[in-house]
Design a binder for this molecule. Structure first.
Ligand code: ATP
Ligand code: MG
Length: 400
């Protein structure tokens, strides 16, 4: 049993001692069985939220109306959710109403896929009414009950199905796939933020290359920004070596496939965060430049090391020749000044020497000084730089 489960065992035991049932459920149980790394363990119980709060001294009401209480145990938080059923799905989205139940099987029945509907108790015994264990064995993604019905209740489940293919390397069974084809258009009712979350998990999936063509062939992808008219271009994505790439790096390769210069329009359609947009813009811009030419000394000085290393990963990923981290570090080592080094002069010095007001010329001049120093035409010393500014630069700019 992995650490996360071991740490959480006393919680299950305490709930049982209080006379209720408690199980590990959801993705953590699935990942434990598969042997994947487990993120957070979810716990389900027959105890009502108020009863859970009575058992543990430290709790936080994170989603009490849905039955979820956060229990703090040894400094870690564990989500404990009361067995529940869901009713009143309106607009093909989340349920408007949840009812608490005392029966585990009813709780498992509301879950999306059989592989996500397995419970495990403190003794490591499984409760598996929908044969999720067998589906894990067969590497199959199958809905709990009718695919059509389950996708009509909550259309996001269709996106979850394809992201599980990409994450787990499992394949949808026939009815799940047909359900996806029949109900693809319902995805329009789902908030773009929720679709983005699933799409990024799909992009990050270990098996994304294998399932990419399948994803593009599904009608479902018509209902996601940027895909419908670009399938041919996007096909290229599956040929890249993607392992070890971050989400920003993977997005950048998507934009590269799409031949997009400025990713913000598309990322805004996805309602991506400003940080995501900023990171992708920078990386894409530097990547296009790098595809044109090798790094200059000035680039190596001016661009932050993590960005340079990201770009080299991308070069490798698309099959171009690239520099290893060691190569880059060796080249940076030979530079006269390094990114983050202080120049011996500031803009204030320049203003005093030139007897001129501040303005864009200061940035230009500092950049020229940096380039002179990097070419070793000038040492990074105040007197020498002053001489250069007075003799070379002021002359030069007065003549223009
Ligand atoms: P991940 O590894 O990405 O966390 P997960 O399966 O744990 O995957 P969560 O979103 O954390 O996904 O949900 C936890 C569990 O809740 C799922 O395993 C599933 O049983 C259930 N669940 C989540 N979303 C839905 C949904 N839209 N419809 C039905 N059941 C769901
Ligand atoms: Mg989870």
């Amino acid at each position: 049993l992995s650490e996360q489960f071991k740490q959480a065992l006393p919680i299950l035991k305490k709930i049982e001692e209080a006379g209720f049932q408690a199980y590990f459920v959801g993705g953590a149980v699935r990942d434990l069985i598969i042997g994947r790394e487990v993120n957070d363990v979810d716990i389900a119980t027959s105890a009502l939220p108020q009863e859970v709060k009575g058992i543990f001294p430290k709790t936080v009401d994170v989603g009490i109306e849905h039955g979820t209480i956060l229990v703090i145990h040894n400094g870690e938080g564990y989500e404990i959710t009361t067995f529940r059923t869901e009713k009143g799905y309106e607009d093909f989205r989340r349920p408007s109403e949840v009812s608490f139940v005392r029966n585990l099987e009813e709780d498992l029945q509301r879950r999306d896929f059989t592989i996500n509907a397995i419970a495990m108790n403190a003794n490591g015994e499984f409760v598996d009414p929908f044969n999720g264990l067998e589906d894990i064995e067969q590497k199959v993604i199958r809905t709990v009950g009718s695919a059509d019905e389950r996708f009509q209740e909550d259309a996001l489940r269709m996106m979850r199905a394809i992201r599980f293919q990409s994450q787990l390397g499992f394949t949808m069974d026939k009815t799940c796939r047909e359900g996806l084809e029949n109900n693809a258009a319902l995805l329009e009712h789902i908030a773009i933020e929720r679709k983005l979350q699933e799409f990024e998990k799909l992009l990050l999936g270990e098996y994304v290359s294998i399932y990419w063509a399948d994803f593009l062939s599904l009608k479902l992808s018509d209902y996601l920004p940027g895909i419908k008219r670009n399938r041919e271009l996007l096909k290229l994505f599956h040929t890249f070596r993607l392992s070890h790439l971050t989400i920003t790096e993977r997005w950048t390769l998507l934009f590269y496939c799409l031949k997009i210069d400025d990713p913000s329009t598309l990322l805004k359609q996805w309602k991506a965060s400003n940080k995501r947009i900023k990171d992708c813009r920078l990386l894409l811009q530097v990547f296009y430049q790098r595809l044109q030419r090798d790094w200059t000394d000035y680039d190596l000085y001016n661009v932050e090391l993590p960005t340079i290393l990201s770009i080299e990963k991308l070069m490798n990923s698309i099959g171009n020749s690239y520099f290893s981290k060691k190569d880059i570090e060796e080249r940076i080592d030979t530079l006269a000044i390094k990114n983050g080094d202080l120049l011996a002069v500031t803009g204030k010095d320049l203003q005093a020497w030139a007897n001129k007001k501040g303005g864009p010329w200061i940035k230009e001049c500092l950049e020229l000084i940096e380039k002179e120093i990097l070419s070793r035409n000038l040492p990074n010393e105040k007197d020498a730089i002053e001489k250069w500014v007075m003799n070379e630069w002021l002359h030069r700019s007065n003549n223009n």
